[in-house]
Design a protein around this ligand. Structure first.
Ligand SMILES: *[C@@H]1O[C@H](CO)[C@@H](O)[C@H](O)[C@H]1NC(C)=O
Ligand SMILES: *[C@@H]1O[C@H](CO)[C@@H](O)[C@H](O)[C@H]1NC(C)=O
Ligand SMILES: *[C@@H]1O[C@H](CO)[C@@H](O)[C@H](O)[C@H]1NC(C)=O
Ligand SMILES: *[C@@H]1O[C@H](CO)[C@@H](O)[C@H](O)[C@H]1NC(C)=O
Ligand SMILES: *[C@@H]1O[C@H](CO)[C@@H](O)[C@H](O)[C@H]1NC(C)=O
Ligand SMILES: *[C@@H]1O[C@H](CO)[C@@H](O)[C@H](O)[C@H]1NC(C)=O
Length: 459
């Protein structure tokens, strides 16, 4: 009898141990789902009001047939498999949240979901959706072992709705002449309160605002704005206020200026841009420790526009983005670097993205980025986030070898005119910015004919 029971017990254990093993996974997924239902849709711009109260996901049909096609005589063959990937392949928190957002805000399934940026922004501001979420801890099994910046990010990533502290209103022209006097290039430079010296150097060198001479002697309008969060030092903040009064180029928001909050600068800048400088033709977005050869960038963009007007494809400009493009990057899994992203947060490769040191895109693309960013959950690394948005827009960033976001290759022989062949180089101190500016502004006779680098980066 006893041996009999024992046998049963062993069988029961054998039979049930997979369930027991799976139980934590199930609980984890359920908690994560409930997090998404609670917070996934309150993220910043809060989404279209019609759906906020409903949490049920639209059912996925097996096959999607575009409306209007049915009446056509020659239908394309029905797809063999379903049109979209319907299973979630990973239990990482970001992937789960994005999966839910994709489902809820799928413009094909719900064509009537329109994104009304400004009104939603106003609405979500009045709701207090930005307090840190302490329940999130239990959705990541290893939360307690994570570095502080990751913890802080995860606790506040449902919020992108920070008030503006300093809102420069005269960076670009407005009123009836706004379009006529729209800048060719708006420089949007990420900086931190303490970096007074970098901003001074930029203002006097590559970041000059006004009419800038291109290398073939034309005058183009360039404007400048610095993007900041807030710092802890009250002294610095007061100094920043004075700086803002003097130059009118400070754009500051009410979030802590931390590395993992940089993505907020993108999404909030796109929102500011759509209100304050919507006609700028191109945007440079980059760091305050780079040197940009602005006149050469203007030359290049002028050529891009000339090409544009020759071609029939008027859509090209809506997809224009250029920089130092990184392909097939994988998240860094060692927890002692500032780029560390744990597997419990994100799984998969990063999409192709232009390095955040400096990237140039068209104003029309910026408007599209603002829209699509409301369907992409915040990601802690800003250039990767840009890549994620671009991928959703079906836009491929173009690599240009003259964007040296990793400086000149170490093994490259020193060329006397090398500094005249670049569009951007990282990283440069304020003193080097001055040196480079004067060196490249009036090139020595032997460097006058230098053309942009074409050498690919040695990988
Ligand atoms: C979407 O809007 C159209 C017209 O505005 C309406 O006829 C249609 O029923 C709506 N569809 C859904 C799913 O609400
Ligand atoms: C990094 O990971 C190790 C083990 O995975 C852990 O012991 C350590 O505390 C972590 N360090 C930080 C800064 O989180
Ligand atoms: C980002 O800013 C918010 C608001 O100040 C803050 O609560 C959060 O901790 C910051 N995130 C990081 C990663 O520091
Ligand atoms: C302009 O178009 C030509 C021909 O398609 C191309 O070779 C060139 O790189 C383009 N220039 C720019 C600046 O895009
Ligand atoms: C290029 O600029 C750097 C400063 O960033 C300077 O040290 C170097 O001498 C310059 N190269 C040449 C060949 O002038
Ligand atoms: C630069 O170009 C001009 C005209 O194309 C030419 O006359 C001159 O010799 C060139 N200078 C150098 C240093 O190559």
């Amino acid at each position: 009898m006893a041996s009999c029971l024992c046998r049963y017990r062993r069988r029961i254990i054998l039979f049930c141990s997979p369930c027991i093993l799976l139980l934590p996974v199930c609980i984890y997924v359920m908690i994560a789902m409930s997090y998404v239902m609670k917070h996934g849709d309150t993220g910043g711009y809060a989404g279209p009001g019609t759906y906020v109260s409903t949490v049920s996901l639209p059912l996925l049909p097996d096959r999607f047939i575009a409306r209007g096609l049915k009446r056509s005589r020659d239908l394309a063959p029905h797809p063999e498999k379903s049109f979209w990937r319907s299973e979630l392949e990973s239990g990482a928190l970001w992937n789960i949240i994005q999966y839910m957002m994709d489902r809820q805000r799928n413009p094909i399934l719900s064509p009537n979901l329109t994104i009304e940026t400004s009104s939603n922004l106003e609405r979500s501001k009045s709701e207090n959706g930005c307090s840190p979420n302490s329940n999130i801890d239990i959705t990541m099994p290893d939360f307690l072992t994570l570095p502080t910046q990751m913890k802080n990010f995860v606790r506040t990533m449902h919020c992108r709705d920070y008030a503006i502290i300093i809102d420069p209103s005269d960076v670009c022209n407005h009123g009836p002449l706004a379009k006529k006097w729209a800048p060719m290039l708006l420089l949007a430079i990420k900086t931190q309160t303490a970096n007074f010296e970098n901003r001074e150097a930029i203002r006097e060198t590559w970041g000059r605002s006004g009419r800038i001479k291109t290398r073939d002697g034309q005058l183009k309008i360039v404007r400048r704005v610095f993007l900041l969060g807030k710092s802890k030092s009250r002294q610095h903040e007061e100094k920043l206020q004075l700086e803002s009064k003097k130059y009118g180029d400070i754009l500051q928001w009410e979030f802590t200026d931390a590395f993992f909050n940089l993505t907020l600068k993108d999404v909030l800048f796109w929102e500011w841009f759509s209100r304050r400088c919507p006609h700028a033709r191109f945007i440079f977005k980059g760091d305050d420790d780079v040197f940009v050869r602005t006149p050469a960038v203007l030359d290049y963009l002028q050529a891009v526009e000339a090409n544009e007007s020759l071609s029939d494809e008027s859509k090209n400009m809506e997809s224009f983005v250029i920089g130092d493009v990184i392909h097939n990057a994988a998240p860094i899994r060692t927890n002692n670097t500032k780029y560390f992203i744990p597997e419990s947060f994100f799984k998969g490769l990063y999409p192709s993205y232009p390095g955040g040191g400096g990237v140039v895109y068209s104003g029309s693309l910026a408007h599209r980025l603002l829209e699509v960013s409301q369907r992409v959950h915040l990601f802690p690394i800003d250039d990767v986030y840009l890549g994620m948005c671009l991928r959703r827009l079906g836009v491929y960033p173009v690599h240009h070898p003259a964007f040296l976001t990793f400086d000149f290759p170490k093994d490259e022989p020193k060329e006397p005119c090398a500094n005249h062949t670049i569009l951007l180089v990282h990283k440069r101190s304020p003193a080097e910015m001055f040196k480079l500016w004067f060196e490249t502004l009036i090139p020595s006779p032997e460097c006058r004919n230098a053309t942009l680098r074409v050498k690919p980066r040695p990988d």
